[in-house]
Design a protein around this ligand. Structure first.
Ligand SMILES: Cc1cc2nc3c(=O)[nH]c(=O)nc-3n(C[C@H](O)[C@H](O)[C@H](O)COP(=O)(O)O)c2cc1C
Length: 428
């Protein structure tokens, strides 16, 4: 166990930011060299154009769609329902559909750029169940999230696997939100044979599976592994390998996560308002240093405390540094307990690599964990991050994820020995 634990932590330890590392290795890139952020399978594959009047199509569509197009410094950005570090969108979605009326049983790639599902594999007596939930067959949907890591490593180099995993967690959160709006229960699965799937789905070294979501009826039935290999298709227009990331992914893909009993959350959102929130969700670029109400702040916390529907679990502790919440003393809190009183806004701004949003917000949150499986912990942090986005935007409060911070200094500020996995800012 200690040896495995060290292996799990090695990647995180090796990719810490410090004042010095950021000075000596700033992530400057020439924007014109950005690899493509959309994967497209060859045109001979059969495609289903998504029709939003069809609830099955709209369930899948709302997990990933583009919600805003904008041009910044002559570069056009297509922003999506899911946020992404640096808007680089390394995540892809595949969905197996079985026994759903009007759909061929198969594995589809969600082609976000063109709003369609590309049928990349037809099922006979085989399917994804044998990799993710052996001995069962799912009538319904099995989503897989993968990361085309070069989209992120192009800019963030070795540290980018962190961002891929956080983005994957956010994407799981986007699937959960769409499932809620389409009255479907889901179950997240983190412990499964990811390595075999990477091979059988033809990902080579360029894309890796991070998580799975099932939604549907489960029957006791043995399903065969995929009888054919899916041909390789590159998720970017060009590629540069990062062996450190590839090795770190492999090492952290195997160790089982902690286990818990499966429990479904029960949210009580107004449906239309929540739908609008999912559609309009955005990261703020600037806060106006306004106070938020304590009621709204506690509402966001309540969303975080809802169960996460998974048996494979890693505990995430949340520290909050309150700067501007009406009726609350500024200071560092763990859950709802005040640990240190004071105005720490300058300090959180500094710790998040002098990002002004971490200073001017109402609250800076830090997610820490003492995990057994790193991939699971990071994705659960991202999943909770998506709840923070949606919960705060629902209450008219702005939000942004922050994945760049000085790791050791933040740990010292929080007085924890656990790894700091993610930070978030909320406010107005
Ligand atoms: C994992 C993660 C890390 C992020 N880190 C930062 C950050 O350090 N600073 C920042 O200003 N925005 C950060 N963002 C916000 C992204 O820049 C934003 O999601 C992206 O530009 C897309 O815009 P949108 O969220 O409005 O759709 C982060 C988002 C995610 C999901």
């Amino acid at each position: 166990m200690p040896q495995n634990h060290n292996l799990e932590k090695a990647y995180h330890n090796a990719t810490k930011h410090s004042y010095l590392s950021v000075q000596t290795n700033p992530n400057y890139v020439d924007a014109s060299t950005q690899p493509s952020a959309f994967k497209v399978y060859p045109k001979f594959y059969r495609r289903v154009q998504l029709n939003l009047n069809n609830p099955v199509h709209s369930f899948i569509w709302l997990t990933s769609t583009v919600t805003l197009e904008k041009v910044y410094k002559d570069v056009s950005y297509k922003l999506r329902v899911n946020p992404s570090a640096g808007a680089l969108y390394p995540t892809e979605v595949y969905v197996q559909i079985r026994s759903v009326q009007g759909m061929i049983d198969g594995i589809y790639h969600l082609e976000v750029e063109n709003n369609c599902l590309t049928l990349i594999y037809e099922l006979i007596d085989d399917g994804l169940e044998s990799y993710v939930i052996p001995t069962k067959s799912i009538s319904g949907f099995i989503f897989l999230i993968s990361c085309v890591y070069y989209r992120s490593s192009w800019k963030y180099q070795d540290r980018s696997m962190r961002y891929c995993l956080l983005d994957s967690g956010h994407h799981l959160g986007a699937i959960a939100a769409s499932a809620y709006l389409h009255d479907r229960d889901i179950q997240l699965i983190f412990d499964f044979d990811k390595l075999a799937l990477n091979t059988d789905l033809g990902f080579e070294n360029k894309e890796f599976i991070t998580a799975c979501v099932i939604s549907g009826e489960m029957q006791e039935k043995k399903v065969r592994r995929l009888r054919l290999k899916v041909p390789f298709v590159c998720g970017t227009d060009y590629f540069e390998a990062n062996q450190f990331i590839e090795a770190s992914y492999q090492v952290t893909a195997i160790q089982p996560s902690r286990q818990q009993k499966l429990k479904q959350p029960s949210f009580k959102f107004d449906r239309d308002k929540f739908h609008q929130t999912v559609w309009n969700r955005r990261s703020t670029r600037r806060f106006r240093k306004q106070f938020i109400s304590q009621v709204d702040y506690l509402y966001i916390w309540q969303q975080l405390q809802q169960p996460i529907p998974t048996e494979n679990y890693e505990e995430i502790e949340i520290y909050s540094v309150v700067h501007r919440v009406e009726g609350m003393s500024p200071g560092l809190y763990k859950d709802k307990h005040l640990l240190k009183a004071g105005d720490f806004s300058e300090q959180t701004g500094y710790l998040c690599i002098n990002q002004v949003i971490a200073k001017d917000c109402a609250v800076t949150l830090f997610f820490v964990s003492d995990y057994t499986n790193y991939q699971t912990a990071m994705q659960i942090a991202g999943f909770l991050g998506q709840r923070v986005y949606l919960g705060s935007n629902y209450m008219g409060i702005q939000c942004s994820g922050i994945s760049a911070y000085y790791d050791d200094e933040t740990q010292r500020f929080l007085e924890t020995t656990k790894d700091v996995l993610y930070a978030m800012t909320i406010g107005n």
